[in-house]
Write a protein that binds this ligand. Structure first.
Ligand code: PRP
Ligand code: URA
Ligand code: MG
Length: 209
């Protein structure tokens, strides 16, 4: 069944992503914005997370409540996805983090693997792949391919800015993967960068350019 594309319309998200794009923003503020946006989108993306009924004793009475009943995996795509992983752990400290290392080749724009330490057996019920940028879609499609081969069937993608080309590529390769974003921009340029975008999300977080 095809999953959805969810582009947040929340004023916090729209204002923060506007600031994130600003070329004059320092790496420190850029990281803070990535972190805050990731948390806001995670809340939207986990609206249907499995829960289990429990009770809790307040000082006055026994009160019905719930606990989270799914083992969540957070899957950052290195490097730029790193800044979105830590804030999700603040919201859900029991989540497991599995890093996937992929970079996009400068000339071919194809994703190249350089880190993958997934164990033989999957130990999560649902995976949230995090990466700020969905450009051609090559990196996220490769990550979803890998997670499905590993044995995870429930997968969602959390990004900040996407190009229409990347959304189309991910939906065509993996129509079951829901996509949560802060913005969808107009197009990719000749170097496959998102326009207007924000430039290179890894470099802007870590001050490497
Ligand atoms: O949709 P795609 O066309 O695959 O492009 C998106 C990828 O490119 C960026 O990573 P980059 O290769 O710059 O690596 P980095 O995170 O180490 O900077 C970005 O963080 C995505 O992983
Ligand atoms: O616009 C883009 C495209 C790929 N990777 C980025 O960091 N930015
Ligand atoms: Mg980069």
């Amino acid at each position: 069944m095809p999953a959805g594309l969810h582009v947040s319309n929340h004023p916090f998200v729209r204002a923060k992503v506007t600031r994130l794009r600003d070329r004059s923003v320092s790496p420190k503020e850029f990281r803070e914005l990535v972190s805050s946006l990731a948390e806001l989108l995670f809340v939207e993306a986990t609206h249907d997370l499995a829960t289990e009924p429990i009770t809790v004793e307040t000082p006055l009475a026994v009160c019905p409540g719930v606990k989270i009943a799914a083992q969540v995996g957070i899957i950052p795509i290195l490097r730029a996805g790193l800044g979105m992983a830590e804030p999700l752990l603040h919201v859900l400290p029991d989540a497991i983090v599995w890093h996937l290392g992929l970079y996009r080749d400068h000339d071919t724009h194809q994703p190249i693997w350089y880190y993958d330490k997934l164990p033989k057996q999957p130990n999560i019920d649902i995976a949230f792949i995090v990466d700020p940028m969905l450009a051609t879609g090559g990196s996220v499609v490769a990550a979803v391919d890998r997670l499905k081969k590993w044995g995870v069937q429930r997968i969602k993608f959390l990004g900040l800015i996407a190009a229409p080309e990347g959304v189309a590529a991910l939906q065509s390769a993996h129509p079951d993967v829901s996509i949560y974003l802060a913005a969808v921009d107009t197009h990719l340029n000749e170097n496959r960068y998102i326009v207007p975008g924000l430039g290179d999300a890894g470099d802007r977080q870590f001050g490497t350019r």
